[in-house]
Each structure stands twice: as structure tokens, then as C-alpha cells.
Design a protein around this ligand. Structure first.
Ligand code: NAD
Ligand code: ZN
Ligand code: ZN
Length: 391
């Protein structure tokens, strides 16, 4: 079959790779009909997460049709139209029982790298390097889905593939940020990043009853989507001072909940950007945490900061003093999608959650390298690129 593969830093190509097979009794094989780029993929493509091997298949967000099932699969049948959670979880271990699915003890079959990096290994992910299990990704005609009953969800008839596609990752991630970030009715919520993840976090905050939701970015076309499709306020950090503006809009108190949806390649306009970039390139820090610093600094006293952006290991100039002295709750996580996807599909069905506008570009998989270039450079008002392997 054909798949979009990583061939080196910033080098992608469509290659022939072996067809996936059922390896375990709980596996299913899915014929991918739509698969979408994610900000997380950029960290892999650019070599910021250095655990890719030449020929690895990218992609972790997808919908498709079940074409094969293992002997212990109960929930799914051949022919089911499904959306699959980007993180792989067994559904039976201690972490899965607590609904902390991305921390599954069995989802990552190659735990040594992350055990070394972080002390314990979280679960695995599709197409997300050998640190996250070395699983083949979804930018391919077919994909093997381990624990198919846990990770794949049947899409209701009246929800389109394009809408459901975003339940796979960005909508579930955004929801988790608002939920575990403890958004309560009446709260003021600030979200850093107006990509698909930030937009979905903002929408979740609104649906959870936040009174004001403010999304921060510098790309006007993305902020325009936020105003039109999400119903949140916006703030362009190249035009106004984020701190004074947030203070102004919150009666001087600061946001109750700050959600960071930017990640390790954050941009910033101050001198700290050059400093962060130099240190990252010299491998003196693995990540550029500009938005995390801001979120911690601008959050109200006693507020909550949730880090949705992906970070690899260690950062410099972390505002520990602000975190401690202001009594903040700081959390982060890879997404526990299995916990939210059925509810998200219901909200999609009711029209409370719309996602189609995020798919600014739809193209056949053979145009994958071009699509990624556009997504990376944010040209042609690109938010997300959807690939159709059968197209
Ligand atoms: N926790 C999870 O499970 C999970 C799941 C999916 C994605 N992610 C991560 O979420 C992050 C966002 O993903 P995405 O797909 O929306 O990415 P994206 O690249 O499309 O969007 C990131 C946005 O952040 C903006 N940005 C950069 N620096 C900023 C700053 N200092 N302040 C405010 N905005 C800034 C960019 O302009 C861009 O619009 C990535 O790090 C991705 O890896 C995490
Ligand atoms: Zn993703
Ligand atoms: Zn588990």
C-alpha cells in the first residue's frame, strides 16, 4: 500500500510500505478514508522529537472503514464507519480504569525511551516516533488499530466523516484541556494558540459554561475563524500587549483558567525568542516554552494552567516562583480521548460542535509532502490539511 513516510528532517515522501495485518486478537484493520495533519506532526517532521526512523509512516488522526477484525473484537464489525483515538490504550490496566487512557501501561510497546526521559512511560500513539511505540501512522491506505474495541468509535449516520475526523484528536484534546483545566460556569478562560487544538479548547470552555473565552495568536486568519466559528473573543499578540489586555478584560484579576495550545515550537516577539531558539538548536533545552511562561505569568492568583502543547523534556527560565507564590494548579497531559469521543460525537450530531472549517485544505495523499509544507509554513491560510488516501 501507499503511505506518507518520514525520510529525514523536513523530508517526506509517498512510498510503498507493507500492508498492515492483524497481529493480536484485539486488533482491527481500518481502511483510512480521511486523515489529517496535526501540530504534533510538525515536531516530528522538523526533528524536534528525534526518535523517527527513515521510512516511518506519519499520521495519528483519522476516520475509516473497518475491513478486518481479530478474534476477540466484540464491539466492531467489518464495514463499520469509525473514528479512531490517536492514543492507544488497552482499556484494562490501572490507568485505563481511572480513565487516564493516554497513560495506559500497555499502549506503548517500546517504553524504554520514555521511561528514561520521564521516569515512567505513558501510552502509545499512532505514527508518533519510536518513543511513542513505533506504531505505523494513518497517512496510509490501511492501518492496524490495537485494542480496536477501546480506541475505535462508530460514527453516527448523520455525522459526516469530515466533522467526525476531528474527534480523533484535536476536539478531544481541547475538551480535555477545558475539563481537566477545571473550567467552571462563569469563568474567564484564556487560550494560547488558535490552531485546531486551541480552537477546540475554546469551544469546549464555552460549552462548559465559561463567561468569556479569549484566544491568543498572531495569525489573523486563524483568529477570524475563532470569532466566526467558535464564538470566542480574540487577541493578536503582535498588535497588543497580552498582559495588559488580559488584565483589562478580566477586571484587573486575570483569567481563571489558562490553556496553552502552542507547544515546543512557540514563537514570541521578544528577545527571549532568540534565546530559546539558540538554546533549542544547541540542544541546551529541548523546547521553546514561551506560551507556557506567559500562561503562568498572566493567570490569576489561585488559577489553573493546563498545558496541551507537546513538550519533549527540559526547558529553561520556567517561572517556578510565579507558579508557587500565586498558588497555581499546573497540569498537562496527552489526550485521554477514549473518555470524551462518544460525548463529542453526540455534540457533533446536535450541531454544538462544528469542525469542518478547520479542514482548510483537502487533497489526495500523494500530495502529502506539499500539504505538510503548506501546514508548516502556514501559507494559503492553512489550518489543517486533510488527506484522502483513496483519492
Ligand atoms: N496534549 C495532546 O494530547 C495534544 C494533542 C494534539 C496536539 N497537541 C499539541 O498542541 C499544540 C497545538 O497543536 P495545533 O495542531 O493546534 O498546532 P498549530 O501549529 O496548527 O497551531 C499552533 C498555533 O500556536 C500559535 N502560537 C505560536 N506561538 C504562540 C505564542 N507565543 N502565543 C500564542 N500563540 C502562539 C501559532 O501561531 C499557531 O497558530 C502542538 O504542540 C501539538 O503538538 C497536543
Ligand atoms: Zn494530533
Ligand atoms: Zn491500559
Amino acid at each position: 500500500m501507499k503511505a506518507l513516510t518520514w525520510q529525514g528532517v523536513n523530508k517526506l515522501s509517498v512510498e510503498k510500505v507493507p500492508d498492515p495485518q492483524i497481529l493480536n486478537a484485539r486488533d482491527i484493520v481500518v481502511k483510512v478514508t480521511k486523515t489529517v495533519t496535526c501540530g504534533s506532526d510538525l515536531h516530528l517532521v522538523g526533528g524536534y522529537i528525534p526518535f523517527m526512523k527513515k521510512g516511518d509512516v506519519l499520521g495519528h488522526e483519522f476516520v475509516g472503514e473497518v475491513v478486518e477484525i481479530g478474534s476477540e473484537v466484540r464491539k466492531h464489525q467489518v464495514g463499520d464507519r469509525v473514528v479512531v483515538c490517536s492514543f492507544i490504550a488497552c482499556g484494562k490496566c490501572w490507568y485505563c480504569k481511572q480513565e487516564l487512557f493516554s497513560l495506559c501501561d500497555n499502549g506503548n510497546t517500546n517504553p524504554a525511551i520514555t521511561e528514561e526521559l520521564w521516569g515512567y512511560s505513558p501510552g502509545g500513539c499512532f505514527g508518533y516516533s519510536h518513543a511513542m511505540g513505533g506504531n505505523a501512522g494513518s497517512h496510509a491506505e490501511y492501518i492496524r488499530v490495537p485494542y480496536g474495541d477501546v480506541g475505535a468509535f462508530t460514527i453516527p449516520d448523520d455525522v459526516s466523516d469530515l466533522r467526525a475526523l476531528f474527534a480523533s484528536d484535536s476536539a478531544a484534546t481541547g475538551w480535555m484541556g477545558a475539563d481537566l483545566g477545571n473550567v467552571k460556569p462563569g469563568d474567564v478562560v484564556a487560550v494560547w494558540g488558535a490552531g485546531a487544538v486551541g480552537q477546540m479548547a475554546a469551544r469546549a470552555a464555552i460549552l462548559l459554561g465559561a463567561e468569556r473565552v479569549i484566544v491568543i495568536d498572531r495569525y489573523e486568519y486563524r483568529l477570524d475563524q475563532v470569532r466566526r466559528h467558535i464564538g470566542a473573543e480574540t487577541l493578536n499578540y503582535e498588535q497588543v500587549d497580552v498582559g495588559s489586555e488580559l488584565r483589562e478584560r478580566t477586571g484587573g484579576r486575570g483569567p481563571d483558567v489558562c490553556i496553552e495550545a502552542v507547544g515546543m515550537e512557540a514563537h514570541s516577539s521578544g528577545p527571549d525568542h532568540l534565546y530559546d531558539q539558540a538554546k533549542q538548536q544547541l540542544r541546551l533545552q529541548t523546547d521553546r516554552p514561551a506560551a507556557v511562561r506567559e500562561a503562568i505569568y498572566h493567570c490569576r492568583k489561585g488559577g489553573s494552567v493546563f498545558v496541551l502543547g507537546v513538550f519533549a523534556a527540559v526547558v529553561d527560565k520556567f517561572p517556578l516562583g510565579a507558579m508557587m507564590n500565586k498558588g497555581l494548579t499546573v497540569r498537562g497531559a496527552q489526550m485521554h480521548g477514549q473518555r470524551y469521543i462518544p460525548m463529542l460525537l453526540e455534540r457533533m450530531q446536535k450541531g454544538e460542535l462544528v469542525t469542518e472549517h478547520l479542514a482548510t485544505h483537502v487533497m489526495p495523499l500523494k500530495n502529502g509532502p506539499k500539504g505538510y509544507q503548506m501546514f508548516k509554513d502556514k501559507t494559503d491560510d492553512c489550518v489543517r490539511v486533510v488527506f484522502e488516501p483513496t483519492g
